[in-house]
Design a protein around this ligand. Structure first.
Ligand code: SAM
Length: 271
């Protein structure tokens, strides 16, 4: 295969990447055969998976608008992924051009494309980091330049926390971000669950493991995901199916009922 010139040298294109497989599900072009294969195999098991990815992106837009309506003007999007349509800065700066956004991802292609997308935007930047490096992220040059951590911040962890296995203690990691931010900050998160699709989601997790991907998907229950919001008051309607979180029109909901429930989504406010 010819190696496209947008692929950083450090990237092994024979190993699937969750960022690139998700890019494929959203109809993007920054993915390779290994990424498409795993995405298609999971889609065979859970038809309509692409609609599930779109429902998640629609939730991102609603969550960002919800936070801007409550006065939030700065955002930290952790596990932001390869840029696609309606990225956080586009939604937030569409409401108020003075909104500031820092994206964080550990995937080199996600970061390289975010840098390209943000060229010329002085109020948004990207940091390449693992979300476990809480200190490093919060003291990074983009965060120091763009975010005032004494003012409320909207933190997004969408389709990200299920890539944080229990051994890494995800609730403690989220709490470290929470503790660094003032009251009035928000956490928006979406997370896969098997509650409505049963063993298929566990089989998908096994498939990812066998694919050679270094990532492991932690399939959690409603109660386990709720625990990740510790210290945040969930706003109405709580932690619900992604398509059920304040849908504002048909584009927010998938035709396949299961795809509205495949992911749980919620927004919590630090009090
Ligand atoms: N948040 C975006 C969304 O919901 O549309 C992208 C979600 S994508 C499925 C998950 C992203 O999380 C990938 O880009 C992956 O590289 C990133 N990611 C996973 N684990 C991470 C970690 N420990 N630190 C930073 N990024 C991580």
């Amino acid at each position: 295969m010819t190696r496209p010139d947008w692929v950083p040298q450090s990237v092994d294109v024979s190993v699937p990447s969750i960022a690139r497989a998700y890019d494929f599900m959203l109809g993007g072009g920054h993915n390779f055969a290994v990424d498409r294969e795993i995405a298609l195999r999971i889609d065979l098991m859970m038809p309509g998976l692409r609609a599930g990815a779109r429902v998640n992106r629609a939730f991102l837009g609603r969550a960002v608008r919800f936070m801007t309506e409550r006065g939030v003007r700065q955002f930290l999007d952790i596990g932001s992924g390869i840029p696609t349509v309606s990225n956080v800065h586009e939604v937030a700066q569409g409401v108020d051009p003075s909104c500031r956004v820092v994206y964080v991802d550990r995937d080199p292609i996600a970061v390289a494309h975010s840098e390209l997308m943000l060229a010329g935007n002085d109020l948004a930047a990207v940091v390449r980091a693992d979300m476990r490096d809480v200190e490093g992220i919060l003291t990074s040059a983009p965060v120091r330049r763009l975010l005032d951590l004494d003012q409320p911040v909207g933190v997004l962890m969408l389709l990200m926390l299920h890539w944080v296995p229990d051994e890494w203690e995800p609730a403690r990691l989220v709490a470290r971000y929470r503790d660094a931010l003032p009251a009035g900050s928000y956490l928006a998160a979406s997370h896969v669950s098997a509650d409505h699709v049963g063993s298929r989601m566990h089989r998908a997790a096994e498939m990812i493991e066998r694919s050679g991907s270094p990532d492991r998907m932690a399939v959690r229950t409603h109660a386990e995901i709720l625990a990740l919001f510790d210290g945040f008051d969930l706003v109405e309607p709580g932690l619900v199916g992604c398509g059920e979180w304040r849908p504002s029109g048909p584009a927010d909901i998938a035709d396949e009922p299961m795809m509205n429930m495949l992911l749980y989504a919620g927004v919590g406010r630090k009090t």
